[in-house]
Design a binder for this molecule. Structure first.
Ligand code: TYD
Ligand code: MG
Length: 455
């Protein structure tokens, strides 16, 4: 029997198999979606097996606490949920040029003494990797590196060397001979990642796979792999700044939304131990339109500055622009402001922005967003020793948010003296650093508290 007879054509949109190629999938009707799949080894065609698997009772299974190995970088350990987990597969996504290879080379250099490692690159030549290592001051390190793009060869090499920590840079450059589609296509990505995951679980080897976020419209982004891996990290940054944030968007071994903060320097990425200082531009004098809030990124409270600019609208449709915040929420909050505080910004353009390029996706930013807008509208500064957080409801009520005390503790630590917080977040302890907390239940109270004492 020849392998040719066993060739199948797999639809890339619904996964249906067909014995012959056709222009249209007979299952889902997608056009040009069938891709040839050759079996790796010809089979006998017998799917019935006499083997059966063991079934255990859950209460008899010992719950194992995962032993973690430090990556040598605190910020990396933090996003991973406490360190490297043996056998875990991590996907590190991000735009080209953001610093993925740099970060991983730095991690490899720190891990090498504790774990056997291997750096597999399909993106760059080995001499390019050596050049980067030189730039990072790591040229004298014995780091095993390999330039290879065939996944079967990679895995066979791993099987021989048995490293415990492997970096694949990048998953898009890997391909398998068992598929005829081009490297980087969805089917190649899935198949290669599946083989890697299978290897990771059988050999308890940790993988970090780099995945480029391709420009919108390109299909083969790392998103299609998110469900296959244990941890998904994304590298983010705002244009121009040297600060980089690595965020966990999925983690079977830690908190989601956890962030690690880095700065890209001439000699590689440097960890930023106190990121609160970074997202707040401490103005020497309080300026209108600026309010500091405490947001929570994963388990970490972080001070950020929300800025607003409110100006007479240039046209009949006033603009509502939100950067780092949600524009729909801004529009809703302005309606609440009108209805419950009697302040109309209907003939004004409203722009809000989060300093430092941070993205806030929680409702705790409602109150600071409104305070900043109003502060700009009135041209009155809210003191620069004040922080505010809280969700604002449609009825004009100020609702509590998660982690109120941690937020207040962070504000106190950074030297803030006044806080406007939801009544539901009234702290049960006092903050010795002299933070005076004003709990408010309604929007009107919050506005009074903010502007009554404003300088
Ligand atoms: P790189 O790690 O190659 O990005 P990625 O793997 O995500 O594509 O980093 C690329 C950028 O980082 C490049 O533009 C140069 C800059 N860089 C520094 O500023 N300092 C350094 O020490 C290194 C190695 C790179
Ligand atoms: Mg790279």
């Amino acid at each position: 029997m020849s392998a040719r007879e066993k060739t199948q054509f797999i639809c890339q949109s619904c996964g249906a198999a067909a014995p012959k190629w056709a222009g249209q999938c007979s299952e889902c009707g997608a056009w040009n979606a069938l891709v040839e799949k050759r079996p790796l080894t010809p089979r006998s065609g017998n799917w019935v097996t006499t083997e059966v698997a063991d079934v255990a009772l859950l209460d008899a299974v010992p719950a194992e606490n995962v032993a973690r190995v430090s990556s040598g970088m605190k910020e990396v350990d933090r996003v991973l949920g406490g360190g490297i987990v043996p056998g875990a597969v991590v996907l590190l996504g991000g735009d080209p040029g953001i610093g993925k290879s740099t970060l991983l080379l730095q991690v490899l250099a720190r891990v090498e003494g504790h774990l056997q490692t291997l750096y597999v690159t399909g993106e760059e030549s080995l001499s390019q990797v050596a050049l980067r290592a030189q730039r990072l001051g790591l040229e004298r390190l014995d780091l095993p590196v390999m330039s290879e793009t065939r996944v079967e060869v990679v895995l066979a090499t791993l099987e021989k060397r048995r490293p415990a920590f492997v970096v694949l840079d990048s998953i898009q450059t890997l391909y398998t001979d068992s598929l005829t589609s081009a490297p980087g296509s969805v089917s190649q990505l899935r198949e290669c990642a599946a083989q890697v995951v299978r290897y990771a679980k059988t050999r308890n080897c940790t993988f970090v796979m780099v995945g480029h976020v391709t420009k919108e419209g390109a299909i083969a982004g790392p998103r299609v792999l998110e469900h296959m891996v244990d941890t998904v990290l994304y590298f983010e940054h705002d244009g121009g700044s040297r600060f980089r944030v690595v965020r966990a968007v999925k983690n079977r071994f830690g908190a989601v939304n956890e962030i690690g903060v880095f700065a890209m320097m001439d000699e590689g990425l440097r960890e930023v131990a106190n990121p609160s200082a970074m997202f707040v531009s401490r103005h020497a004098q309080a300026v209108p339109g600026s309010v500091v809030t405490v947001t929570r990124q994963g388990t970490r409270p972080l001070l950020v500055e929300v800025q607003a600019l409110v100006d007479a609208a240039g046209g009949p449709a006033p603009r509502r622009v939100a950067l780092g915040l949600e524009a729909n929420r801004l529009a809703m909050l302005l309606a609440v402001l009108h209805r419950h505080a009697g302040i109309s910004l209907g003939d004004q353009d409203v722009f809000v922005n989060v300093v430092g390029g941070m993205r806030i996706q929680e409702t705790a930013a409602d109150l600071p967003m409104l305070l900043a807008a109003l502060s700009s509208f009135r041209g009155r500064a809210i003191g620069n020793d004040l922080i505010a957080f809280g969700e604002v409801g449609l009825a004009g009520e100020v609702r509590p948010v998660q982690g109120g005390e941690e937020r207040l503790a962070e504000a106190a630590k950074q030297g803030f003296r006044r806080a406007i917080v939801p009544a539901g977040n009234r702290p049960r302890r006092s903050f010795d650093a002299g933070l005076q907390v004003t709990p408010v239940a309604r929007l009107e109270e919050a506005l009074a508290a903010a502007f009554e004492t404003a300088g």
